[in-house]
Design a protein around this ligand. Structure first.
Ligand SMILES: Cc1cc2nc3c(=O)[nH]c(=O)nc-3n(C[C@H](O)[C@H](O)[C@H](O)COP(=O)(O)OP(=O)(O)OC[C@H]3O[C@@H](n4cnc5c(N)ncnc54)[C@H](O)[C@@H]3O)c2cc1C
Length: 384
């Protein structure tokens, strides 16, 4: 079986890229097909930037999600770790109608896969896993675990943080554990959230409450491994009480509506995003701390850029040509560097273990000072 391109990995980024490459002779290899979304709220939710909402709209995906399950964020309130400082980001002042949209994983995956199911010239291999990559002069060869083999002029590694495609292409990645676990759960809240996303920096841990439809919020509490283990072991009423207290009762009393889950947090950056006949997208190329909700957003931007570079190449040019792929890598370098710097910088500034923080504190810098540089970078990048 021969293809122009094969996308390995059917997560959010791989699925969106497969959709963005419509028209090409394409294969998507996915380990599983997403389950149909249930009536309850999904534990995994994403803040999606306005730029990526437009991208997903151009793929006919955004409009497939039920409008009642897509929540606009009109403002964001960030609380510092000194108990006093508050910084606000406001859509109105930024001259936009919303800062982001909160969507549930299940509904977004479902919308993507509904479009993929009717896409011409796309062959879906799901469930299937790619086991081996061999790159030759004219094509790359992929061996699936079930024994089938595929040939493609371009392989796209969208296979997540533990990317086998990255490893088999010999691309090094530097990786570090944050020593934190993100505990996620959804709550019904006593007070209205008014479409405001709330965040508390707690000298290392970061607690965020993101608005969901009705009087509901989604929590992401990135905290120490020991604290996370304790939170995950709590009965729902005790967890709700602890989160209500940590959020200073900003939304009144809380009640758990979706049980808690934990995700160990790491950061990762691949030394290259491309190799002969291979391009990496999404978490396969870069993983960032979820405190700014930017991981999937960076991945969708990769997908947009790679699709644009391939579309602009002209009918006779080989999509696996390394010079062409380097154009994609160069186009992404600055935005990835800026976002990684801003996200990691924020984490580091508020981490009690970092010595420079003590110096900054002693110098009397408050939250607004500490955030002002980051704020500009984040605002500019996060809207894309
Ligand atoms: C707690 C938490 C909150 C987050 N919140 C946000 C947010 O608000 N906004 C945001 O933008 N980002 C957020 N992120 C980041 C976001 O979840 C990730 O960046 C994003 O899901 C990465 O998508 P991906 O498709 O690149 O990778 P993955 O989702 O990891 O998908 C990779 C896919 O490849 C498949 N695969 C792996 N190996 C193979 C193989 N050999 N063959 C075939 N398939 C294979 C896997 O099964 C998987 O389906 C958050 C992350 C966490 C942990």
């Amino acid at each position: 079986m021969e293809f122009d391109a094969v996308v390995v990995g059917g997560g959010l980024v791989g699925a969106a890229l497969a959709r963005a490459l419509r028209g090409a002779q394409l294969a998507l290899i996915a380990q599983e097909r997403p389950a149909a979304p249930g009536a309850g709220f999904d534990t995994r939710v994403y803040a999606i930037s306005p730029g990526n909402a437009r991208f997903l709209e151009s793929l006919q995906v955004w409009q497939r999600m039920p409008a009642a399950r897509v929540t606009p964020v009109h403002a964001m309130r960030v609380h510092g770790d000194d108990g006093r400082s508050v910084l606000e980001f406001d859509a109105y002042r930024a001259g936009v109608s919303e800062l982001a949209w909160i969507v549930e994983d299940g509904w977004l995956q479902d919308a993507l896969w509904q479009e993929l199911a009717v896409q011409d010239r796309l062959q879906l291999f799901a469930p299937a896993a790619c086991e081996r990559l061999e790159v030759g002069g004219e094509a790359a060869r992929l061996a699936l675990r079930d024994g089938r083999t595929l040939a493609a002029r371009l392989v796209i590694g969208a296979d997540g943080a533990h990317s086998a495609m990255r490893e088999q292409a010999g691309i090094k990645a530097s990786e570090r554990a944050y020593g934190q676990v993100a505990v996620v759960a959804n709550f019904a809240c006593q007070r209205r959230h008014d479409n405001v996303a709330l965040q508390w920096f707690q000298g290392g841990p970061v607690l965020a409450l993101l608005p969901l439809p009705g009087d509901h919020v989604s929590m992401v509490w990135s905290t120490t491994e020991a604290h996370a283990a304790r939170l995950l072991a709590l009965a729902p009423p005790a967890l709700a009480l602890e989160v209500a207290q940590a959020s200073q009762q900003a939304l009144g009393e809380l009640a758990v509506v979706t049980p808690a889950r934990g995700f160990a947090l790491r950061r990762l950056i691949a030394a290259r995003m491309v190799a002969p006949r291979l391009a990496l997208v999404g978490d396969a190329a870069h993983v960032v701390h979820p405190l700014a909700g930017q991981g999937a957003n960076l991945g969708f931007q990769d997908a947009r850029e790679l699709a644009q570079v391939l579309a602009a190449r002209g009918p006779y040019r080989d999509p696996g040509d390394l010079r062409l792929l380097r154009r994609y890598e160069r186009a992404r370098a600055e935005a990835i560097l800026a976002m990684r710097g801003a996200v990691h910088g924020l984490y580091w500034l508020f981490d009690v273990r970092s010595a420079p923080l003590a110096w900054l504190r002693n110098a009397g810098l408050n939250l607004t000072n500490r955030l002002s540089v980051m704020k500009n970078v984040l605002m500019r990048q996060a809207m894309n």
